[in-house]
Design a protein around this ligand. Sequence first.
Ligand code: IVH
Length: 701
Amino acid sequence: MSPQVRARVQSLRALIEHHARRYYEQDAPEIPDAEYDRLFQELQQLEAAHPELRTPDSPTQRVLGQALQAFAPVVHAVPMLSIRTETDTTDAGAREFDARIRRELGLSPEDPLVRYSCELKFDGLAINLRYEHGVLVRAATRGDGETGEDVTQNIRTIHQIPLRLQSGSGQWPEVLEVRGEVYMRRDDFEALNERQRALIASGHRQEKTFVNPRNAAAGAVRQLDPAVAARRPLSFFAYGLGEVQGWGADDHKAPLTHSAILQALADWGLPVDEHRRVVDGAQGLVAFHQDIQSLRDGLPFDIDGVVYKVDDRATQERLGFVTREPRWAVAHKYPAQEQMTLLRAIDIQVGRTGKLTPVAKLEPVFVGGTTVSNATLHNEEEARRKDVREGDTVVVRRAGDVIPEVVSVVLERRPESVGAPFDLVQRLSGRCPVCESPIAREEGEVDWRCTGGLFCPAQRKHALLHFASRRAVDIEGLGDKVVEQLVDQGIVRTLPELYRLGVAKLAALDRMGEKSAANLVAAIEASKQTTLARFLFGLGIRHVGEATAKDLARHFGSIDRIMDASLDALLEVPDVGPTVARSIRGFFEQAHHREIVEQLRAAGVQWSEGQGVHGDTPRPLLGQTLVLTGTLPTLSRDAARDLIEAAGGKVAGSVSRKTHWVVAGAEAGSKLDKARELGVPVLDEEGLKALLARPAGEEGT
Ligand code: IVH
């Protein structure tokens, strides 16, 4: 085989590894997916033609292998221990640990503070990765701590885990076992369950949805068919070591602290969480516990606490172990995000598009930091699959800003007197619980809907709230309570009637004074001046979210052209597919929807219209990405965004090399620093306005 082939294989691997890192780790791909696929296929073909060039660390070896009958046992060279859990979730838990360490070490109050490495306690499953000469040779589960299972095939599918260590900061030891947690990110978990629900709905009855990210991750790791595992998106964080050989030699000494070990692992290309921190004494532990607690809901993954470890390895050794747990580490928990409680009844709520959602009415329970008395059951299929019945004890979960949900039934606690299996149609006798219109379910969909449309008071309330919402025409002060009364008292039946409200009518409502009524009237008046995209979004057409509304407004330029657009014309809009196009067409085919648009225009709702993309509207920011940061002197965030998008630009959430401009106002933070670091030009509001006024196509700064 020619040296050229060998060289090409090597350069392909380097290229693929580089682009895989950009894509999977940095979320910043440099090349289109198709180009990546092409490189990958070329490598696969070369390896197929020259099997002698195939190595276990080749990127092609991530997804491969046969379905297994069972996992082979792996005896751990160094047992995989667990850690003691501090269940007192208050600050006292941290102080208690520090006090115990000081006692064990025989320290007096005059002695210096003990230094700790603080980490997150990831909620997944422990894995041991064995690298020999820098190459991943085996991955095993914890098992009983002595013997685990060989799950190498599945672990290879995790793109964050290097198949070969990078020589970042010095040579790696001959044998290096890395211990850490395999977990599933929340967004990956939601997307996975979404796909699972779609599979179930399309007849794959043997499929199931997952209860939480940890179970989904555990299921994926222990999946016998690696092809299935590869479709379950997993992530990994390293937090420690197992067996190590060849780290004592003079030229590469083992680090003296745990924090330095984590840094070394990071330098070799292993994912190590950025929230880790080295602190001194009990105060430091308490501060870490509190800081992370306040970040918890916003993290992209679940944690159930933090972990404190004595940082100095010699001190760790002195402290040693009690039975199977190290004395030098502890897990300090947070209040649980899952709790058991009694499900008293199942109600059915009607959403904006008529979607009927079964909602569990619960015995109030404190979970994820608040008291929860309602939890969603998503839809009939889910309620049935979980076999949730009135009178059951259920597990309720509330994590982050996600709506609380019923996760599962505790069957052991099911009483004799439990209700019948949930049957939505039977329960409702086929009629909407609010307006009594027939309910229906479209072919291939899981959701039942009320067919009453805006005749249904429930849908009408949602429609009004949606129209008034901040990203639609933005009527400040038109909230739940007001809309509820307006609809229930028959004061407002359609969107245009909002614009006939006077101070007197509003002031007569419950909990409304003259002053707030006058403010609301002013807000309604102000909302008349809007944009086509906001108006269109506000109409609440199914499948037309904010982004689609903007695309439509940009493409067609006027509401009349959108109302009259044929299916084919709609399909020409970027990102509009058949479902969306049909939904828009269907909406405007109904005379009363056109009537509503007319009446709103007659009431004075207005926006500027253009020629659409086929016309000659200037689009000076076409193809450019801007990032907004800080507070601008006159423009709100939304207003600035609208202007930029109308000029053809995009607004991104973070600064990268691909950002064309950063627009910074008062109290701009890290995004401004990042812009300076990357040399991205920075503008103030004046500068932005000047940019917007430029004729299209003018280049340069
Ligand atoms: S250290 C000897 N650090 O929590 C110490 N464990 O019982 C070994 N876990 O299932 C564990 N995050 O998988 C450690 N930052 C972290 C961790 C962590 C999660 C898991 C671990 C094990 C359990 C500890």
